[in-house]
Ligand binder design. Structure first.
Ligand SMILES: [Zn+2]
Length: 258
């Protein structure tokens, strides 16, 4: 079985600032890693000093994401085509439909998205958390989005849905206004210690967001923190799971899924 995973996120840089080490780890192990991002980040910062103007920001940030994807080893990036900062005002079903199309096309064994508060509480992240949860169900349901099936795409039941989270205890140490989960809620700790350099290198691709990069990378003990990335297993179709675990593919055997 060729293992496949899909990261379902909101903006260019979410992949690097968040689960970048996990992406690089699985890609280096031969897993086909896909990323679908809802927007091109066209409402974000233009750089400090400016790298581009607002009119071209979406294009530039899409290119920055492809740069990071190359470093992290992502096989393909899909831009779902929604407006940055507007996901809360976009019909929910429309975003779910696009996400379902990606899931049915990629047929991932594992999906990774945001937790309910999306780490930063960015409304787009919070919407994408709900989108991932709904799309996980809908992609497997032959009665949903039947129009897609006529394009030769079939329903697909992904085994597990994870939410990228950071333990509150770590955020408290940094004294940053991010939203985490109590450490005890973390179900899965991925060892990304061999990927720290790659993750930091991918940060450099996001030149327009260099202010954020500098802030994040200068947090005390950041490189030590980046040696692990943590998740909550939100949904599973496996007959049983054994928690805590250290591998997002835990419990999925090589015979499972085409
Ligand atoms: Zn974001």
């Amino acid at each position: 079985m060729k293992r496949r995973m899909l990261f379902l996120l909101a903006h260019p840089d979410d992949e690097t600032f968040g689960p970048g080490g996990t992406i690089a780890k699985y890609a280096s192990e031969g897993v086909d890693v896909y990323l679908a991002t809802a927007t091109k980040g066209q409402a974000g910062m233009v750089g400090d000093p400016p790298v581009t103007d607002r009119e071209h920001l979406g294009e530039v940030r899409a290119a920055e994401l492809l740069c990071a994807a190359g470093i992290l080893g992502i096989r393909k990036v899909a831009f779902l085509g929604f407006e940055d900062g507007q996901l809360l005002h976009t019909p929910f079903e429309l975003i779910v439909e696009k996400a379902v199309e990606q899931i049915r096309w990629i047929r991932p064994h594992v999906i990774v998205g945001f937790g309910p508060e999306g780490v930063s509480r960015h409304p787009d992240h919070m919407v994408m958390s709900r989108v991932a949860s709904e799309a996980f169900e809908a992609a497997a349901d032959p009665t949903r989005y039947t129009r897609q099936m006529m394009d030769g795409i079939a329903p697909w039941a992904t085994f597990k849905l994870y939410q990228f989270e950071i333990a509150k205890e770590i955020l408290a140490l940094w004294n940053v206004p991010l939203s985490g989960v109590p450490g005890g809620k973390i179900t899965t700790v991925v060892d990304t210690s061999a990927q720290v350099d790659k993750k930091v290198e991918a940060f450099q691709c996001h030149r327009t967001q260099s202010k954020d990069s500098r802030r994040i990378l200068s947090r005390e003990g950041y490189r030590e923190f980046a040696r692990r990335e943590t998740y909550v297993l939100a949904k599973s179709r496996l007959p049983r799971v054994s928690l805590p675990e250290s591998d997002l593919f835990d419990g999925i055997s090589d015979d499972d899924g085409a």
